[in-house]
Design a protein around this ligand. Structure first.
Ligand code: F0G
Length: 351
């Protein structure tokens, strides 16, 4: 065995890079594929979690960003820009530092988790809080990148999806073949499209014998692909997927239809329950949006859309540390005691 070299080096022949592309990496990818004992027992399926919170900046965005930033440098960019619900901005800010680029980010004011805000700021990004939604921010960044010398690194940049498709490669490489079903949260709809691209490539060249059915899950207050119309005022506790007009809408529908899968809505209540289940029963601390994949799996199994005995992978997209406010708000307050071991023993119900 040898050390992981980052996903561009690991999957170089399957990515649009050449020998002269300057590789900007934080050694992203190579994340755990973790058997989920409790979720498996609850569903009767063989469930694995693709733990993307283990990436360098704590989310799957690093897979896309190593590609987008490397190509931006190759093409001579000096500055990059993105709209974000938080994770893209955290990742762009870190990779821009690595590349020596300046980074601008537009986020919906008051609607991004504290850890993500901290990441963009600590990496020195120029951060603007917009009095609007993510969709408003994305429209603004598209205009800015058209009119000024600044490269757009949102997932409408095709290199982002190229990088993100490597998660599907890793899953097939680990399992020996594609799973029967893949469950994933859907926001701007880039990631489900990227996984489908990765699975399809492996199936097309025989590296896998098949591709999985793709199940995407949106929050019920921000479920435009489910309802079939953009949502003007999206709302959900899962701020990362609070998106009303996804950029990769049609690609996501193609992934759903070509794979024989589904895109469904899960309520905030279901998302919060899955978040708690992952933390307290599986030992995996994810952010709320990430729990949508597991909430959706539980729902689809209950409804009979996914049969018992299937091999299922759920992507959990981001690290729970991103959103300490939510984590703390749902937990009991810690007990305060004097410097006294006996007091500790009493509080711990040992004595
Ligand atoms: N999970 C997390 C933790 C996310 O941050 C996102 C998207 C998604 C799921 C959905 O992925 O957009 O490819 O369908 N976050 C973007 C951002 C929008 O700005 O960080 P998607």
């Amino acid at each position: 065995t040898r050390a992981w070299r980052g996903l561009i080096e690991e999957y170089r022949d399957r990515l649009p890079v050449t020998a002269t592309t300057p590789v900007v990496t934080l050694l992203e990818g190579g994340t755990p594929l973790l058997p989920a004992r409790v979720v498996s027992a609850l569903t009767g399926c063989e469930v694995h979690l693709k733990v993307e919170g283990a990436n360098p900046t704590g989310s799957f965005k690093d897979r896309g960003m190593t590609m987008a930033i490397s190509k931006a440098v190759e093409e001579g960019a000096k500055a990059v820009i993105c709209a974000s619900t938080g994770n893209t901005s955290a990742s762009a800010a870190a990779y821009a530092v690595r590349a020596g680029l300046t980074c601008a980010v537009l986020v919906p004011r008051g609607k991004i988790a504290m850890g993500k805000l901290a990441q963009a700021l600590v990496h020195g990004a120029k951060l603007l809080q917009v009095e609007g939604s993510f969709d408003d921010c994305l429209e603004m960044t598209r205009k800015l990148s058209e009119n000024y010398p600044i490269a757009l690194v949102n997932s409408v940049n095709p290199y982002r999806l190229q990088g993100q498709k490597t998660a599907a490669f890793e899953i097939v490489d680990a399992l020996g073949d594609a799973p029967d079903v893949h469950c994933i949260p859907v926001g701007n709809a880039g990631n489900i499209s990227a996984y489908w691209m990765g699975y399809s490539e492996y199936a097309a060249d025989g590296t896998a014998t098949r591709a999985p059915r793709m199940f995407g899950f949106q929050a019920s207050g921000a479920a435009p692909i489910v309802t079939g119309a953009p949502v003007t005022r999206p709302h959900t506790i899962a701020t990362a997927i609070r998106i009303g007009n996804p950029a990769s809408w049609h690609l996501a529908e193609a992934a759903r239809d070509e794979s024989g899968g589904a895109i469904q809505a899960v309520t905030d209540r279901q998302i919060a329950a899955a978040y708690k289940l992952l933390a307290q029963e599986e030992g995996v601390f994810v952010e709320l949006a990430s729990a949508a994949s597991v909430a959706g799996l539980l729902q689809a199994c209950e409804q009979g859309a996914i049969a018992r005995g299937q091999r299922v992978v759920c992507t959990v997209t981001g690290n729970g540390l991103k959103d300490p406010d939510w984590a703390i708000s749902g937990a009991p307050s810690p007990v305060t005691i004097p410097i006294d071991a006996h007091a500790a023993a009493l509080a711990l119900e040992l004595a």
